[in-house]
Design a protein around this ligand. Structure first.
Ligand code: FPP
Length: 316
């Protein structure tokens, strides 16, 4: 589905809503006698007779029935569309392909990351526009430290710049910034910038944008197990009480629902140590688009594909 199609969706909603309102509003003026007897019997007794000339009800009953039918049909259509066309609550994104994007243009990898950071902002704003409530972006994995020092420095620098340049703007739009990962292992100035961004946006609730930084799904599970062990050791938790649901409460993501949709750019079919626990029942969407090229239209395409899926959670 292209953006025009989704636009058509939005426009057609308005179209039907307008039709309903029109049908509902012209009916009393066109068919006052029917309107009077209707309101008289169903809602209230009109205090004054309708001033318009009264057409014969017999003559207009079929037309009135058609407009009433159109009204009800329009309303049902809106309801059905709302039920069928769901926006995922939580979208997780593996942003891949910055390096290839730069190489295709004969540019250094750092340029790819720079454009990638711009795509992050645009994507977060598109999520807000669509009504997505949580978006988790894989910005830096624990494995990424193995890259050349220059590239790691570029990525850390971009993170600081992103937070410095965009936090105020994102905060103004009602976006809350959060971060997951082993954050205390990040350079001190990055941690400070992150804390500031998190504090500055703490009261926002339109969209929560979660940056996974120095993140590893396995490390998160290990950290969770350590916390469980601590609780058991201090008698605050009995092992028998431990369920999958309870264990989720020991993960970095304990305050948010699991992702409904995982998007991975650049065509690789891997999870790459991202949200291993939380992605158990998530719908995956892989696009060939390289991350710096990922635009609002690509997000809409992913959401449209999500709507074509049937989620069964292991059932039938
Ligand atoms: C993968 O591309 C991307 C990353 C390792 C980092 C993602 C970082 C950004 C999008 C920019 C900075 C983020 C923020 C939040 C400011 P790759 O380099 O592995 O691409 P390749 O597979 O084509 O080499």
């Amino acid at each position: 589905m292209r953006v025009s199609e989704l636009k058509f969706d939005a426009e057609s909603k308005l179209f039907w809503l307008r039709k309903c309102l029109l049908a509902g509003s012209i009916a009393p003026a066109r068919y006052p006698r029917l309107y009077e007897s209707f309101t008289d019997s169903v809602f209230f007794k009109p205090t004054a007779p309708c001033p318009l000339p009264l057409p014969s009800p017999k003559e207009h009953t079929p037309a009135y029935a058609v407009s009433a039918f159109a009204f009800l049909f329009g309303i049902s259509l809106l309801v059905v569309r709302e039920m069928v066309n769901q926006v995922p609550k939580h979208v997780a994104i593996i942003m891949d392909g910055n390096g290839r994007w730069a190489r295709q243009r004969g540019w250094p990898r750092s340029r790819g990351h720079l454009e990638g950071a711009k795509a992050v902002k645009a994507c977060v704003e598109a999520c807000l526009e669509l009504g997505i409530l949580y978006v988790t972006l894989y910005a830096f994995s624990t494995e990424n430290w193995q890259r050349p020092k220059e590239e790691v420095d570029t990525l850390m620098g971009l993170l600081r710049k992103f937070l410095r340049d965009y936090t105020r703007d994102l905060a103004g739009q009602g976006i809350r910034l959060q971060a997951i990962g082993r954050l205390t292992e990040l350079p001190e100035d990055c941690q400070a910038q992150l804390r500031e961004a998190i504090d500055q946006t703490a009261n926002n609730d339109k969209l929560t944008a979660i940056l996974a930084i120095n993140y590893s799904g396995r490390a998160e599970i290990v950290d969770g197990i350590k916390r469980v062990a601590q609780e058991v050791k201090t008698n605050r938790l009995h092992l028998d009480e431990l369920t999958a649901e309870k264990f989720s409460q020991f993960l970095y993501t304990h305050q948010w629902p699991d992702p409904d949709l995982l998007i991975r750019t650049s065509g690789e079919m891997r999870i790459s140590n991202f949200l291993l626990w939380q992605l158990s029942y998530t719908e995956m969407y892989v696009t060939q688009t390289l991350w710096p090229d990922f635009k609002r239209e690509d997000l809409l395409e992913a959401v449209a594909e999500f709507n074509r899926r049937q989620r069964r959670y292991g059932g039938v």
